[in-house]
Design a protein around this ligand. Structure first.
Ligand code: HEC
Ligand code: HEC
Ligand code: HEC
Length: 274
């Protein structure tokens, strides 16, 4: 087969003989794995669950939840390249006296069980899904306020959230209160559901108790290191450039072209109208 003849001498191919590929795409994927030194086989029968990559990152954290990371080391085990990055908070303490962590899957994929939400996102989701009806004045503002109260127990929340929401509309919007009584009741139940799946006072689990490290918007996440402020002695820094991780397709535009291209502009407009 033509494709097999073209195959280069692979370095980390782990199968017998020479691999043969059914098409070009397979060959290109194999080259990619080989380039990064990820051992591979054609139609393997066993799979590696833990790979030790060529690139290793070690770090020091100054809190148990590993949210503040003042010292980071990058090593390329093939080329021997080593870079030591320090944040400004790192006061050249001797490294022997602090625990050193090797960066692993769970340093980003750190969710403990189900994903915990924050009030803002949870409310947005409920609005989009129609669990909370849109058009109730200040429903998001009031909802977040009620969700963020420190209730002593879930029972107390179950009592106070509906009562407070009801009181808010009865007092401030008497007409609407009678017209949309069932929407207000439905909203109270949706708020309570959000509260009950995220806050467990008896277990001391509240909003943000478990940070999510996969992004950087609500918690530091990637920015624990990629904040542009971790630098080597030579002044190189771990990149904080948005474009090294994202391709920015639009910024600060009410109806950017890209939404039309993706075919979702109308759906978004429909949600906004509701
Ligand atoms: C530097 C941080 C980081 C590390 C380390 C990391 N991941 Fe990820 N991973 C991500 C991000 C970010 C995503 C995309 C998440 C998303 O789309 O919400 C992702 C996505 C994934 C997905 C796809 C999930 C899906 O729903 O499609 C899998 C599977 C995965 N990672 C497994 C691993 C494994 C196994 C390891 C360790 C060998 C690992 N990751 C290490 C950041 C990381
Ligand atoms: C513990 C510190 C740490 C955290 C947390 C971290 N990174 Fe990194 N990241 C590094 C280091 C160190 C490098 C390599 C820097 C170098 O080349 O010297 C790197 C490199 C990268 C690169 C390659 C950038 C380039 O232009 O070469 C990407 C992409 C990346 N990280 C994504 C992520 C994402 C996404 C997250 C969050 C989910 C994340 N990282 C969290 C330390 C970290
Ligand atoms: C080190 C990699 C990295 C860098 C640098 C980075 N981001 Fe991100 N960003 C991510 C990841 C990972 C996510 C989460 C993606 C996901 O959940 O699927 C994310 C999510 C986001 C989101 C979406 C939040 C949401 O609610 O879904 C925005 C907006 C964003 N980034 C903006 C920026 C901007 C602006 C910059 C530059 C100042 C930047 N990012 C730099 C990795 C990065």
């Amino acid at each position: 087969m033509g494709v097999a003849e073209e195959a280069p001498d692979f370095q980390v191919f782990r199968g017998p003989g020479r691999p043969r590929f059914a098409n070009r795409a397979e060959l290109e994927c194999a080259k990619l794995l080989d380039y990064y030194g990820v051992p591979w086989d054609y139609e393997p029968t066993t799979f590696v669950l833990l790979a030790l990559w060529l690139c290793q990152v070690h770090f020091v954290a100054s809190d148990p939840a590993r949210q503040t990371i003042p010292w980071v080391e990058y090593r390329n085990t093939r080329t021997g390249l080593r870079r030591e990055y320090r944040s400004q908070d790192w006061t050249s303490r001797p490294l022997q006296n602090v625990p050193l962590f090797e960066m692993q899957c769970v340093d980003c994929h750190n969710r403990p069980t189900h994903s915990f939400e924050l009030p803002e996102q949870a409310l947005d989701k409920a609005l989009v899904l129609g669990e909370i009806p849109v058009g109730l004045p200040f429903v998001k503002k009031k909802g977040i306020e009620l969700l963020k109260v420190n209730y002593a127990t879930n029972t107390e929340a179950a009592e106070k959230i509906p009562k407070e929401l009801d009181g808010f509309y009865r007092q401030n919007y008497p007409n609407l209160y009678t017209q949309r009584a069932s929407d207000i009741g439905r909203t109270a139940q949706a708020l309570l559901a959000i509260y009950n799946r995220n806050v467990f006072p008896d277990l001391k689990v509240s909003w943000g108790t478990y940070p999510n490290n996969l992004g950087h918007v609500d918690f530091p996440g990637c920015f624990r290191c990629h904040d542009g402020g971790h630098a080597t002695a030579e002044g190189e820094s771990i990149t904080g450039e948005c474009n090294s991780c994202h391709e920015t397709l639009a910024s600060d535009e009410a109806s950017p072209d890209i939404l039309k291209k993706l075919g979702i502009a109308e759906r978004i407009a429909a949600i906004q109208k509701r």
